[in-house]
Design a protein around this ligand. Structure first.
Ligand SMILES: N[C@@H](CCC(=O)N[C@@H](CS)C(=O)NCC(=O)O)C(=O)O
Length: 217
């Protein structure tokens, strides 16, 4: 049985979970306590401390670099999902860093503003300490103060994808590819708190997001 070791609101975990649901393969979700990756450290034998990781029998899969897609490529080849077809090689490699840095870099802040609503109380200190060590003391309050400006920036970052959907049902062609699931995870994270409408200038993206949220191959 495949096990997805994750954090429920993480953009990268949401992307892998949607790929697994799409694949129809039986799998189990294991949530780690917020900010405590002990299980990840143990399963990877001290080689990784981020989520997601995947356990499939004796195989433990985890990312080897900031832009690697070890887990998605493993699921693609072991489940035959056609997420990385030859005709899009090179192009997906250009697109996913934009999704995972430029878009995600704003999306997670929009969601983190409401962290008190989804982080378990025992994880509160670890969550805030992790954010403030990386983005500075009071960073979440600043994001809250800039909420509307951040949301407008987020909407603007999505415009290229809205344009891509003008002539096809998925970002690249008539089938969902890796970048579809990657972007779906990042958008789902930004909207995870339930406090945001779907970005208004993206009617096609809204329809695509709803369709991909329940798609099974
Ligand atoms: N490139 C990795 C990024 C994973 C990542 O940044 N995970 C975050 C959760 S969204 C994490 O585990 N953060 C905890 C930490 O860095 O200590 C992927 O695509 O899986």
């Amino acid at each position: 049985m495949i096990e997805l070791i994750q954090c429920p609101w993480s953009p990268y975990c949401l992307a892998q979970r949607r790929i697994l649901e799409y694949s129809r393969a039986p799998f189990k979700v294991v949530n780690i306590p917020c900010g405590d990756p002990t299980l990840v450290w143990e399963l990877t034998r001290g080689r990784y401390y981020q989520v997601p990781i995947l356990k499939d029998g004796d195989n433990v899969l985890f990312e080897t670099g900031s832009d690697s897609q070890v887990i998605a490529k493993y699921l693609d080849s072991s489940l035959g999902l056609h997420l990385f077809p030859k005709q899009w090689e090179g192009i997906q490699e250009l697109i996913w860093p934009y999704i995972e840095n430029d878009v995600e870099g704003i999306g997670f802040k929009l969601n983190d503003i409401y962290w008190k609503e989804f982080v378990e109380p025992e994880g509160a200190m670890r969550f805030l300490r992790h954010k403030e060590r990386r983005y500075g003391r009071g960073c979440v309050d600043q994001w809250q103060a800039n909420r509307n400006k951040l949301f407008a920036e987020f909407e603007a970052k999505l415009e290229p994808f809205e344009a891509m959907l003008a002539s096809r049902p998925f970002l690249l062609d008539h089938h969902p590819r890796f970048v579809d699931f990657d972007l779906h995870g990042i958008v789902s994270n930004a909207l995870y708190s339930g406090h945001y409408p779907f970005p208004k200038n993206s009617p096609r993206l809204k329809e695509w997001h709803g369709r991909l949220s329940k798609l099974r191959r």
